[in-house]
Ligand binder design. Structure first.
Ligand SMILES: C[S@@+](CC[C@H](N)C(=O)[O-])C[C@H]1O[C@@H](n2cnc3c(N)ncnc32)[C@H](O)[C@@H]1O
Length: 213
């Protein structure tokens, strides 16, 4: 679903920073070879992630849901000199594709790939984070949030993708639609939880910015 007309979307992209060459290559190869390429953040949202990361200047970043690594590389752009980004995905078929692109980047020694179920990997990470991007299975957004809040540094930012879920959060929810039900609960939770403050940006499929107090 497009919330803006295609014409306006093009204007917005054209008047934002252009897509770095490595990311354009990754974007193209994902569309040519990998299933469900619309999962990739893409040019405009990628530049938003990069800009937010540069503003925050995080030492430690966590990404839940790597896919082909597009957002990982965008988020890495803001890392401090000795900072690291942990990125988790449970699809082993994507691991070598991600690695191939990470190794071509200047952050190759700062990106840590984790293969497996994020629900099991997150509790094993013994770190405090300044920036987290939640972008994996929607059914587990609340579980991820509850695990991650205690792992955040004060003032840290949690970004959550797809919170408008193509507008489905407004319609009647089918009994078996667990993703939409969870996202409705999630959007309410992050806006009411007293440990955090939240603003929902209507960017692409909805991107929530949550600051941990
Ligand atoms: C929307 S894609 C991530 C897109 C990526 N962040 C980007 O912006 O380019 C979601 C990814 O989450 C992964 N995923 C889904 N459930 C997961 C789980 N329980 N643990 C780890 N990864 C999971 C999928 O394999 C998929 O690659």
């Amino acid at each position: 679903m497009h919330f803006l007309s295609e014409e306006l979307e093009n204007y917005v992209a054209q008047h934002s920073q252009s897509e770095p060459e490595l990311l354009a290559k990754l974007n193209r190869e994902t569309h040519q070879k990998i299933l469900q390429p619309r999962m990739l953040s893409g040019h405009f949202q990628g530049r938003v992630l990069s800009m937010l990361s540069k503003i925050i200047s995080p030492k430690n970043i966590l990404e839940v849901g790597t896919y082909t690594g597009y957002a990982t590389l965008c988020l890495a752009e803001g890392l401090t000199e000795n900072g690291t980004i942990d990125t988790i995905d449970n699809n082993e078929e994507l691991f070598d594709f991600q690695k191939k692109y990470f190794e071509q980047s200047v952050w190759k020694n700062q990106i840590v790939q984790h293969l497996g179920n994020a629900l099991e990997i997150i509790p094993s990470l013994n770190k405090k984070y300044d920036l987290v991007f939640i972008d994996a299975d929607k059914e587990n957004y609340i579980n991820y949030f509850q695990m991650i809040v205690p792992m955040m540094n004060k003032g840290g930012i949690i970004l959550s993708d797809n919170v408008l879920w193509s507008g489905k959060i407004l319609g009647e929810v089918k009994a078996n639609d667990k993703s939409t039900k969870t996202l409705l609960e999630y959007n309410k939770l992050v806006n009411e939880d007293e440990r955090v403050e939240t603003v929902l940006l209507p960017i692409r499929d909805g991107l929530t910015v949550t600051r941990v107090k």
